[in-house]
Design a protein around this ligand. Structure first.
Ligand code: HEC
Ligand code: HEC
Length: 499
């Protein structure tokens, strides 16, 4: 997309004249005297932009700290497709891949869309397949993010035409109706993959769930929250008696960085990633595309897959190689580097540089009422409104440390505790533990992505459905929401759309 230069001076002085030579990425002048809550990502991380490009903007920190050019170079790795070429731009896709580009799964940089079928090339299909055994562990025959695309003559581990998504109706304890008669409709996905659709041998038992994408804007600000603050939040909720995933907070289970330091998880539903630099995007640029880089000169595939492909006679013939040679190629740990360090650094500058769109309409009387109700009925127990970032001196990966935009000492408003809860839904997420999804920016989802579904598998088509799926420790708040008048429920939703 076209980037318009931000004019920081404009935001600070709120005068148009300061912007003569630059313009700004705020389509509207920033009104004077806004309360701090409008600055969702703090002064360094917020853009006043509510256009369909609101999720894709560089933060003021990017511009102020001199990263604009690098940001634009990095952006291409997210927005454009990788190619199967062995030379040229964005080369190296395959031999198997989950998708050819990030943006197919993160449309408009937001959450993925609810889908009725699973096709890698359906734009906005942000679903990852989660294939697990009877103990809910990932099956070792497939990669954690299973691939459905392959470069011929290789076959994908799963033939996607065999995947079936069916939406089932669910009737809750209230018969899907509020006492004033307003109805809501709850549906959830049932996913099946027949044995024949796998090109690798599978265990006797396996089950499939879907995990949908999370918005990526503002993830750099989340990175700047100190570990101590996350641990304090855990301790606070623990003292309130909430059911929490305690194992995640044992230091031996923290997630290790390249330099050996370790951190509690803060990203993904599964809290599997502790920093952005060792995070879901840094990992995805390798394992979604299977594009190698200097620190990962091997493929994201399983041993089972390498065996199956190397023993396949049609593949042996097509490649003119024997089983041992094909197996060695697939399992090599010394593959040529496809993405340069320079490109990777630009990519991480872009990733850490994404701003959060400012909140809107917070002074509207209905929004104000909605906010009061949201706090009163206990939604903030888990959707913690604000956090303050620390000194933000990341050092875990020497390749990028000291080369990225920083967000020190910013008050930010993500509306999440970054802890996991069990909301106890039918066909729930793997293990049932799910991180509280940040609510910031979600009101612009329809504009930016063309969809605004919610929850880890997009089972909720609007805010009411999302709230009514809440159970477990969130049942108390859900029940209070249920007992509010329609006017108050609508006010809460308007508030959610404004933050
Ligand atoms: C197959 C679809 C798919 C593709 C392609 C994909 N992602 Fe994701 N992404 C997901 C899903 C699903 C999640 C949520 C997964 C989870 O929590 O386990 C996610 C989560 C994330 C998050 C975490 C946000 C948070 O708050 O925890 C970031 C950041 C991210 N992706 C960045 C990227 C980048 C950068 C790329 C390209 C290199 C990319 N993704 C490609 C599906 C995808
Ligand atoms: C006990 C903790 C807890 C409480 C209390 C709670 N939530 Fe949540 N909320 C979560 C978790 C965890 C998720 C993610 C669940 C999932 O995706 O399966 C979530 C997801 C959501 C989502 C969907 C986010 C998205 O975009 O996918 C909305 C909207 C939401 N909550 C609103 C509310 C409101 C409104 C209240 C008060 C009535 C509330 N929540 C109370 C934990 C909580």
């Amino acid at each position: 997309m076209k980037k318009i230069n931000v004019c920081i001076a404009f935001i600070l002085t709120l005068t148009l004249t300061a912007c003569e030579d630059g313009g700004n990425n705020s389509p509207e002048p920033v009104p004077e005297g806004l309360s701090e809550e409008y600055y969702t990502g703090g002064q360094l991380g917020t853009v006043f932009n509510d256009t369909p490009f609101a999720y894709e903007q560089p933060s003021p920190a990017v511009e102020e700290q001199g990263f604009s050019y690098s940001f634009q170079l990095g952006e291409a790795f997210f927005e454009h497709e990788f190619n199967t070429n062995i030379t040229g731009t964005r080369k190296g896709l395959g031999p198997v891949s989950v998708r050819s580009s990030c943006i197919t799964c993160h449309p408009g940089y937001g959450h993925g869309k609810r889908m009725d079928r699973y096709r890698a090339n359906d734009f906005g299909n942000g679903y990852l397949l989660v294939v697990t055994d009877e103990n809910d562990n990932y099956v070792p025959q497939l990669t954690g993010m299973p691939q459905v695309q392959a470069v011929a003559p290789y076959l994908p581990p799963i033939d996607e035409t065999g995947i079936k998504i069916e939406w089932r109706q669910y009737v809750d304890e209230y018969g899907n109706a509020f006492s004033d008669g307003e109805k809501y409709n709850l549906t959830y996905p049932e996913v099946t993959i027949p044995r024949e659709a796998f090109n690798v041998s599978m265990p006797d038992f396996y089950k499939v769930r879907l995990e949908a994408t999370i918005g990526i804007y503002g993830t750099g600000l989340i990175d700047a929250i100190p570990d101590d603050s996350l641990l304090a939040q855990y301790a606070r909720e623990k003292s309130l008696g909430l059911t929490l995933n305690d194992a995640k907070y044992q230091p031996e289970n923290f997630i290790r960085e390249v330099d050996g330091t370790s951190h509690p998880g803060r990203y993904t539903y599964g809290l599997t990633r502790g920093t952005l630099q060792n995070g879901p995007g840094a990992n995805a640029i390798w394992n979604i595309t299977n594009v190698t880089r200097s620190d990962r000169r091997y493929h994201y595939i399983t041993e089972t897959y390498a065996r199956a492909m190397s023993q396949n006679e049609a593949i042996q013939q097509a490649l003119g190689k024997d089983e041992a040679a094909i197996y060695a190629d697939l399992m090599s740990r010394e593959l040529p580097v496809e993405m340069s360090d320079e490109d990777y650094i630009d990519f991480m500058v872009w990733h850490r540089g994404l701003a959060v769109p400012a909140a809107r309409n917070l002074d509207d009387p209905v929004v104000k009422k909605g906010k009061e109700r949201f706090y009163e009925i206990g939604c903030t127990l888990c959707h913690r409104p604000s956090w303050t970032t620390g000194t933000d001196n990341y050092s875990g990966d020497p390749m990028v440390a000291g080369k990225l935009p920083r967000y020190p000492n910013q008050k930010i408003w993500p509306y999440s505790d970054f802890l996991q809860h069990r909301l106890e839904m039918v066909n729930d997420i793997r293990t049932g533990w799910c991180r509280t999804t940040p609510l910031w920016g979600r009101g612009l989802s329809d504009k930016c992505t063309g969809a605004s579904e919610h929850l880890h598998d997009m089972r909720a088509r609007n805010y009411t459905e999302a709230i009514m799926w809440h159970g477990g420790d969130a049942k108390v708040a859900k029940d209070k929401f249920y007992r509010l008048s329609k006017e108050d429920r609508d006010a809460i939703i308007l508030f959610l759309e404004s933050i």
